[in-house]
Design a protein around this ligand. Structure first.
Ligand SMILES: Cc1cc2nc3c(=O)[nH]c(=O)nc-3n(C[C@H](O)[C@H](O)[C@H](O)COP(=O)(O)OP(=O)(O)OC[C@H]3O[C@@H](n4cnc5c(N)ncnc54)[C@H](O)[C@@H]3O)c2cc1C
Ligand code: FES
Length: 272
């Protein structure tokens, strides 16, 4: 983990309240692995006081470029999204645990890899799909992307370009199949060819994905979002309930968790 002042190279609005930002880093892009995040602050201001966690969407190691997608959710992300190209941002990272890749962390076996994204949760899965393309032997990747409507399918071209098969659902039917992405996942799991599922999106979606994978005995890894303070394991403000009792810290023990490690009912209940 390093702390860097990084130049914001581009800041492109891509949908209502969503921006894609490219930053020049000297080390973070080289160190980052899919699933990790940066803790981001505008230097010289203490408004807002705390940093904000944002997943790495792509890391171009050769040039040290880091790409992020920022959804305006409140004051902090609004300030970040309004930062002009050319400004400096203070990044701490890469932080947190990466997704275990097939072959790592006891993740063995044959079959396809399923990536399930909800809304801005697509960000870490674009990076993961990128890493899986370079995997030896190559993984066959099926990408599933769900959002409220077509506008909210942010960065879908970046995601689709890195998947062998790609499926879309929207709640209003403005793109892809009308419905929820979990309905599409049910059909994909019925094919019986999945070796692992990786998911990132709203907690309700991930709780359902976790339950569906458990039923068919397919390993599942989720990227969890939680309000953070320090981002490095010291303050416990990001603690969530673990399965079987106790707590885990999203910033340090996660944000990537094997689905069975978490008490989904408690976590989803708390975030409602
Ligand atoms: C590991 C990680 C990766 C993330 N990656 C991205 C990303 O790639 N792109 C992106 O746009 N956002 C991402 N987020 C979410 C982002 O950090 C929050 O939206 C942001 O911190 C909100 O800050 P704010 O000051 O804008 O809003 P606040 O004013 O702090 O909050 C606005 C509203 O959002 C709720 N909220 C705040 N933080 C969270 C949270 N973490 N989870 C759920 N609800 C929250 C608050 O309760 C409030 O209702 C990530 C979060 C984590 C933990
Ligand atoms: S944010 Fe401080 S322990 Fe996780």
């Amino acid at each position: 983990m390093v702390s860097e002042e990084c130049r914001l190279l581009t800041n492109e609005p891509i949908a209502p309240d969503h921006h894609v930002m490219t930053l020049a880093t000297s080390q973070i892009a080289k160190l980052a692995r899919p699933g990790q995040f940066v803790h981001l602050r505008i230097p010289g201001t203490y408004d807002p006081l705390l940093r904000r966690p944002i997943s790495v969407m792509l890391a171009e190691r050769a040039h040290g470029h880091l790409q992020l997608v920022v959804r305006v959710a409140g004051r902090g992300t609004e300030i970040i999204a309004k930062t002009a190209a050319g400004s400096l941002l203070e990044l701490l990272g890469p932080l947190g645990t990466p997704f275990p890749l097939p072959g790592e962390g006891g993740l063995t076996g044959e079959g396809d890899v399923l990536l399930v994204a909800g809304g801005v949760g697509v960000a870490p899965l674009v990076f993961l799909a990128d890493a899986l393309r370079e995997f030896d032997p190559p993984a066959y990747v099926r990408g599933l992307f769900g959002a409220a409507n077509e506008d909210m399918l942010v960065c879908w071209t970046e995601f689709a370009a890195r998947c062998d098969e790609f499926y879309v659902t929207t709640e209003d039917g403005s793109a892809g199949e009308q419905g929820l992405i979990t309905e599409a996942l049910a059909g994909q799991l019925e094919r019986g060819q999945a070796r692992v599922v990786y998911a990132c999106g709203p907690v309700g979606m991930m709780a359902q994905v976790a339950g569906m994978c458990r039923e068919v005995h397919v390993p599942c890894y989720c990227s969890l979002e939680q309000r953070m303070g320090c981002g490095v394991g010291a303050c416990l403000s990001c603690a969530v309930q673990a399965a079987g009792g106790g707590y885990v810290r999203v910033c340090k023990d996660g944000p990537i968790f094997a689905a069975e490690r978490l008490d989904w009912e408690a976590i989803a209940g708390e975030q409602q």
